[in-house]
Write a protein that binds this ligand. Sequence first.
Ligand code: THU
Length: 127
Amino acid sequence: MPANLHRMAVLAAQKAYAPYSNFPVGATIRTSDGRVYSGCNVENVSYPEGWCAETSAIAHMVMDGGGEIAEIAVSAPKMDSITPCGGCRQRIAEFGTPDTLVHLCDKDGVVESIRLADLLPKAFSKL
Ligand code: THU
């Protein structure tokens, strides 16, 4: 993993708009062709309308032409490590492969790296 992927996720969490949960999250993607995109969670007073950091990062990637997610680092400064929620696992799967690596981070670095196939076994696919 590029050394700065964890660092970028930590910095992305600092951009979070999370006044309701007070639980900032940051995520940074590296695509298989080497591009890097970050995102943060963005909440809403109508609570279910907010979205996750992973989703923001994916949106940035799609806006820049799309791509395949080779790895994604996720950081929540208030937790020792965070795993992507179920919805985000499916969103990562949309642009990833079974070998996409999901790096669970704390503030100092990667705590654990898990293959997407292990994080989302038997993922829904209409293909
Ligand atoms: N959150 C993320 O951004 N990513 C996850 O994988 C799990 C949860 C956000 C959503 C909400 O803004 C806050 O964390 C508390 O659930």
